[in-house]
Design a protein around this ligand. Structure first.
Ligand code: 6PG
Length: 253
């Protein structure tokens, strides 16, 4: 299987890469809200998107977005309460969602801090199936799924050597991740690959090896990086990178 076709946007700095991604996000929201009712977006967590979310909440751009037609979900969540410093929903709320006029009913945190995480994952999947229109394969198709990339190639909470990598039916699962010693809830590849647009936002030299691996022409190398399995069946895959994260890519890759 060849490496996925992707739009690769490389900018000198994280802020410039974020600016290009913001332009793409605004275009996706405009297109989605003109074509149907709501625009369904899944946010990623971690530290990389912090500045992106802060910029998305800053005028004039933030005032041009029809927030009453945007529905926000989360592609993965840590097993901590919504007010915990490590919670992705808390981070996105502090930097973005608390600063834009998005209806509270349009923000859907992942309930990853409950005792029965499998039941909670199933409930979150049912919520997605209820709110997000399915594609021709019967899978809910997000207008945009934002993803980060771990240094060893994980994305969302799809870590190397974990059962969720092999999931073909469930759209949201919970799993224990040995390498971090924690439980996580995460979208699976069937849901990610049903999206109309998937955008990685990756910065920093510590991600350069994983970026190179994900985009490698060698399937054996790609197989080491879970993020290489992101290949939207009918959608567009983009990578927004700063120069540091892209430093191992050959020119024109
Ligand atoms: C999370 C994310 C995860 C993240 C990568 C990169 O919950 O941590 O969803 O997939 O995107 O781990 O994290 P950084 O941006 O902090 O490097």
């Amino acid at each position: 299987m060849n490496r996925p076709q992707a739009n690769i946007v490389i900018q000198p700095t994280p802020a410039e890469a974020a600016q290009r991604l913001l332009e793409r996000i605004a275009a996706i929201i405009t297109q989605a809200t003109l074509r149907w009712s709501d625009c369904h977006i899944a946010l990623c967590g971690g530290t990389t998107p912090r500045e992106l979310y802060r910029m998305l909440a800053t005028p004039p751009l933030s005032e041009e977005i029809p927030w009453d037609k945007v529905q926000i979900f989360f592609g993965d969540e840590r097993d901590v309460s919504p007010d915990h410093v490590e919670n992705n929903y808390r981070m996105a709320s502090a930097l973005l969602l608390d600063h834009v006029p998005i209806p509270l009913s349009h923000v859907h945190p992942m309930p990853a801090d409950c005792r029965d995480m499998n039941a909670a994952a199933e409930q979150y999947e049912n919520l997605i199936r209820r709110l997000v229109t399915a594609n021709e394969d019967g899978v809910p198709a997000f207008d945009l799924i934002l993803l980060g990339l771990g240094g060893e190639g994980h994305t969302a909470s799809l870590f190397p050597d974990t059962p969720a990598l092999l999931e073909r039916d469930r759209l949201v699962v919970a799993q224990f991740v040995p390498v971090i010693g924690r439980n996580r809830m995460t979208f699976t590849f069937p849901l990610i690959n049903a999206a109309r647009n998937v955008a990685f936002f990756v910065t920093g030299v510590d991600k350069a090896k994983a970026v190179e691996g994900v985009l490698s022409d060698d399937p054996e190398i790609r197989s080491r990086y879970p993020a290489a399995r992101v290949r939207p069946a009918h959608g567009e895959l983009s990578l927004f990178l700063d120069a540091e994260a892209a430093r191992n890519l050959s020119h024109g890759q």
